[in-house]
Design a protein around this ligand. Structure first.
Ligand SMILES: C[S@@+](CC[C@H](N)C(=O)[O-])C[C@H]1O[C@@H](n2cnc3c(N)ncnc32)[C@H](O)[C@@H]1O
Length: 269
């Protein structure tokens, strides 16, 4: 597990999520603004799911801040804000963003599986695309439950196994390599992002959040499922360019609207 965690840390310390693709501009303020604009153009459902305006005057923790765009939005909503990430790089990016914009937060490098916060400390926990990268995801969920006040809410995005992204990666790395018995789980762990990345079915996610009193789960199609953007930092090439040109987006949106990579979980302690 410790070796796995080291590999996850090395992966995200080499480049934070979206850094290479979207942190572009003449100066640091325009780079952060550009990344924030593209993020919500590509993933508008982050804002409707996050409901950050409901965090006003509440003690809120974000786990896995990355480049800090959502953290900025949460700060602007008036929350009393804390944030952590496994990597120094993400904390530096987010601190820089906050210093440039004159926003306040309490950031620290910390592991979701061992959160340095007290029991019942927070009114809300938010985490987007993070805990499925951690080797012991159930431990991270246990920690989120521990630090939330009774009745408080966690808003968490983790990856969904039965997604177009998963199927496309399976075609590319299992079928085309004549290894059809490779499971979707192995595909996510090996080819999506950091080594060991996990994905969950809706039933598995319910089990993961079993200690919460109320859990709502939805899945959404992403720009990755619809091949409608530059894919993640690991995927490029001619085959992908051709697939993007030919991709039957309306068929997927019409007939497979729930086969998306992102699983949105709202869980009440
Ligand atoms: C895909 S990025 C998502 C970042 C950000 N939430 C976003 O949506 O852009 C995954 C982030 O999770 C962090 N991470 C991975 N494992 C973690 C752990 N055990 N504890 C805290 N952060 C972790 C990584 O360092 C990385 O910044």
């Amino acid at each position: 597990m410790e070796t796995d965690k080291k590999m996850v840390k090395e992966f995200w310390n080499a480049a934070s999520c979206g850094e290479e693709l979207y942190l572009k501009g003449n100066d640091e303020v325009s780079q952060f603004n550009n990344q924030l604009k593209i993020r919500y153009q590509l993933e508008p459902f982050i804002l409707s799911f996050g409901e950050f305006e409901s965090f006003r005057n509440k003690h809120v923790l974000e786990i896995g801040v990355g480049l800090g765009a959502d953290h900025q939005k949460i700060a602007e909503s008036g929350a009393i804000l804390y944030g952590c990430d496994l990597t120094e790089r993400a904390i530096q990016h987010t601190q820089k963003r906050f210093d440039l914009l004159g926003l306040k937060t309490n950031l620290q490098v910390a592991d979701a599986e061992q959160l340095p916060y007290s029991d019942n400390q927070f009114d809300a926990v938010y985490s987007w695309g993070v805990i499925h990268h951690s080797p012991n995801t159930p431990k991270a969920v246990e920690e989120i439950h521990r630090i939330l006040k009774p009745g408080a809410t966690a808003k968490i995005m983790i990856y969904h196994t039965y997604s177009m992204v998963g199927y496309m990666l399976w075609l590319r790395y299992a079928l085309l390599k004549l290894k059809p018995f490779t499971s979707l789980k192995e595909i996510y762990a090996t080819y999506l992002e950091s080594p060991g990345t996990k994905a969950y079915s809706v039933a598995e996610a319910k089990l993961l959040f079993k200690d919460f009193s109320k859990v709502e789960i939805d899945t959404v199609l992403t720009h990755g499922d619809l091949l409608s953007s530059n894919a993640g930092q690991r995927h490029k090439g001619l085959v992908l360019t051709i697939a993007k040109a030919l991709f039957p987006r309306w068929i997927i949106k019409t007939f497979f609207p729930k086969q998306g990579l992102f699983m949105l979980i709202t869980a009440v302690k």
